[in-house]
Ligand binder design. Sequence first.
Ligand code: OSB
Ligand code: MG
Length: 369
Amino acid sequence: MKIEAITLREIQMPLVHFFETSFGRTYERRILLVTIHGEGVEGWGECVAGEDPFYSAESVDTAWYALEKYLSPMLLGKELSAGSDAPGLLVRVRGHRMAKGALEDALWDAEAQQKALPLWKLLGGNRREIACGVSIGIQDSPHQLLEKIEGELAAGYQRIKVKVKPGWDTNVLEQIRRNWPDILLSCDANSAYTMHDVSHLKSFDRFGLLMIEQPLWNDDFYFHGRLQRQIDTAICLDEGIRNARDAEAAIEHGSCRIINIKVGRVGGFSEAMKIHFVAQRANIPVWCGGMLETGIGRSHNIALSSLGNFTLPGDVSASRRYWQEDIIDPEVTVHRNGTIDVPQATGRGFAIRQDLVDRLTTRKLTLQA
Ligand code: OSB
Ligand code: MG
């Protein structure tokens, strides 16, 4: 497919409920969307960078800059046969993985349409449905958190993950376990602890958690290995895994027993799949993380989650948990047994609500070949 034009666009969408992690609270998302135009096909990608550089160094604005000045020009006018062509063409740019991921995923999205294949099939997936969990942010009070958990369990979600930080951890986990001793429960610290907290983290073992996600520094796996040898709870790395090399090194070093794969964090589907296979060969289960995506990123996450080693419930959940109205049709819904159907239609399997996208757009730039 010849890349004729690339459109960058920023949309603004308020969250149904604020989302708070150890690094801050978000009420409204600013989201960068990428559209690749070529030979009558439109491929869409969503950049998962946040409004601020708090989860990683990237933000909406750094991604826009990288996409406008460097990454889009590297693809414009090129004759590309597949989404997997993108990483090689973008390799000269260091970092900016979320920006690259948006572009590469748009290309896979276009490729699936052009080949009239469902995206998940193009990626090599084989699941008909994916298992879903939810990530629940820090609330104003533990009571509010318990109410939220009750609602999500009633909706059928298979695993509850709560955000933790010093001061909002063992106290809330204690209360959760008192109410629900047997549910699949995990926690995510987004790097809120240090090696001074080892004995505190060790005390989480009593909660029988499925995992503790990224307890230490965002760029570390050396000390996570040291921590993993001192606690029974499985460590899951999120921020710390940037690529398949990291995954291999982290596994070899014993830094984690589980990996969270986010397609944007690692720079696109090609790298996400590599990580999936590295983990599979080492018997390390993976699951698909979320970044408060609109339906576009969400549909891509569903496709990725259909691969064989995504054996744990992910953070990919229903559109209505995030948005009053999602920008895809139909929106993503979850069955009472906590699963999402993998769509059988070609491409991403969800149509773009173009009118709604246009109404939400706050800036837009089309780059021509
Ligand atoms: O660490 O997984 C994370 C959201 C924003 C940034 C980082 C994370 C998250 C989530 C939310 O946990 C997952 C979701 O529901 O999309
Ligand atoms: Mg995380």
